[in-house]
Write a protein that binds this ligand. Structure first.
Ligand code: SAM
Length: 240
């Protein structure tokens, strides 16, 4: 029953699933001590659900902040492969496209995109084990010449970013990081691409895919939820 409730409460966000795993049991039990409602989770009051969800996320965030390494802005929480499969046909990419994934983890987005579109992708992660694993996967899948996997902090990398060098950015990080990234992109001159514009890559389209969290200040052009994970697509361009 507790598992069912967790799925229900956290089903809309993978990082929240991480939260439930990382919060110690005592905290969870304190939070769900008043469990009269879990006998019929289908009628759980939406307000109560939201309150519990927020409380657990705050707890997990506090735990994440106290236990994570310096500079880490999100825990390891891979996007489900099924979500990537649904997203790939929505992307406007060619073999000439360049892709950047910020916090690439085991490289599943980077490798899937490189494989489908045969384009060049850069994946960056602060966790060297993840990067090594992603490199191994790239080697095994014959993609080493297409992907450049780097063990570095995304905010160091972004200091030298030329947003117009990329046709797609993929990001799955906590909200605070999304706010920082949004500010950097705005400073770079990125704006929403007007809906009447051609979305052809050669017209300067810069697509941004965000997993779990939105990109503040930009307009979502398409979104979905797959296996409880929210994914947002943005079409942007750089003002010249
Ligand atoms: C939620 S996971 C997403 C992994 C992958 N993008 C995916 O969708 O499957 C976040 C990743 O960001 C990495 N990360 C966190 N802070 C980072 C930072 N400051 N610079 C680079 N990577 C970071 C973590 O190591 C983790 O692999």
């Amino acid at each position: 029953m507790t598992f069912a409730m967790h799925s229900l409460v956290f089903g809309d966000n993978r990082l929240s699933n991480y939260c439930t795993q990382s919060i110690d049991c005592t905290s969870q039990h304190n939070l769900i001590r008043d469990t009269s409602f879990i006998h019929d989770i289908s009628i759980m009051d939406a307000v109560k659900k939201e309150r519990i969800r927020k409380a657990l996320i705050s707890l997990a965030k506090a735990k994440f902040e106290s236990s994570s390494g310096e500079g880490v802005v999100a825990p390891i929480s891979p996007t489900p492969a099924s979500a990537i499969d649904i997203m790939l046909p929505k992307l406007n990419l060619t073999p000439d496209s360049r892709v950047l994934e910020l916090g690439c983890g085991d490289g599943r987005w980077t490798l899937s995109i490189a494989k489908k579109f045969s384009c060049n992708c850069i994946g960056i992660d602060i966790d060297n084990d993840r990067v090594e694993f992603a490199r191994l996967r790239a080697k095994n899948e014959g993609l080493s010449d297409k992907v450049d996997l780097r063990n570095t902090d995304i905010f160091q990398y972004l200091q030298h970013l030329h947003a117009e060098d990329f046709h797609l950015m993929v990001v799955y990080l906590f909200r605070d990081a999304m706010i920082r990234i949004s500010r950097i992109l705005k400073r770079q001159g990125l704006v929403d691409m007007p809906s009447f514009s051609s979305t052809a890559v050669d017209r300067g389209l810069i697509q941004i895919v965000c997993v779990g969290f939105t990109l503040p200040g930009f307009a979502i052009i398409w979104q979905t939820q797959v296996n409880g994970v929210k994914i947002y697509l943005y079409h942007t361009m750089k003002l010249s």
